[in-house]
Design a protein around this ligand. Structure first.
Ligand SMILES: Cc1cc2nc3c(=O)[nH]c(=O)nc-3n(C[C@H](O)[C@H](O)[C@H](O)COP(=O)(O)O)c2cc1C
Length: 199
């Protein structure tokens, strides 16, 4: 068995699906923020969000969002949003990291805005899965004051028809999430097996 070493990684993005979060700007337009820190259980989703970003500011003012899930083929679109923030002026710390202001993220990434059914922020037409959601809690952990833990409730899930294998079912063989793995984009590899409760 391989030996382990203790390390202090500067990033700990250990491979989670990318999402693009739609939030409502003060002028009624929609901001898009690429994120990867999230998990979902039942209708509860939890998102890790930097407090210097526009998404955080928007969610505090207007507690609705859409979790748009791009598939692996969309990594360039995600990355084309990568250097932007909807916060103006750009916070000094983010400026030093190379971030620039952008107020029209749909246009910047060549994505299509689609009205949502239950929430005000618009969803992304190209994303195969779109989850309209409402914010339940926002908490800032004491040990990481620069980020917030945002708990949202899924209100409505939209799935592209090609992914649907039966009533209320997504076919896991057809859904190809985009995985953010230590800042590199991956698709899924081969199926290895299944859980005893898999359908
Ligand atoms: C693939 C990807 C994943 C990211 N994951 C996160 C994340 O989980 N949480 C976060 O706060 N920022 C994350 N970021 C950085 C944000 O996208 C960045 O802070 C951006 O400026 C947010 O946009 P906004 O300020 O308009 O909300 C990620 C960026 C990329 C490209």
């Amino acid at each position: 068995m391989d030996q382990h070493e203790t390390i202090n990684p500067s990033i700990l993005y250990y491979g989670t699906p990318v999402l693009i979060l739609s939030t409502l700007n003060e002028d009624g337009s929609t901001n898009l923020s690429p994120l990867s820190s999230s998990w979902a259980l039942g209708d509860c989703l939890v998102i890790g969000l930097g407090i210097q970003g526009k998404a955080y500011e928007n969610l505090r003012r207007h507690p609705e969002c859409v979790v748009n899930l791009p598939d692996a083929s969309m990594w360039r679109k995600v990355e084309s949003l990568g250097r932007y923030t909807g916060t103006y002026p750009v916070p000094e710390e983010k400026k030093q990291m190379g971030y620039e202001f952008c107020s029209e993220k749909f246009k910047a990434a060549g994505l299509t805005a689609q009205d949502s059914t239950l929430v005000q922020p618009q969803k992304i037409a190209e994303c195969p899965l779109q989850i309209e959601a409402s914010v339940q809690h926002i908490r800032t952990p004491e040990h990481t004051p620069y980020m917030a833990v945002v708990e949202v409730k899924a209100l409505k899930v939209h799935a592209q028809q090609k992914l649907i294998s039966g009533p209320n079912k997504i076919d896991p063989a057809k859904w190809d999430p985009l995985i953010y793995n230590f800042r590199h984009y991956f698709g899924l590899g081969e199926r290895q097996g299944e859980n005893f409760r898999a359908e």
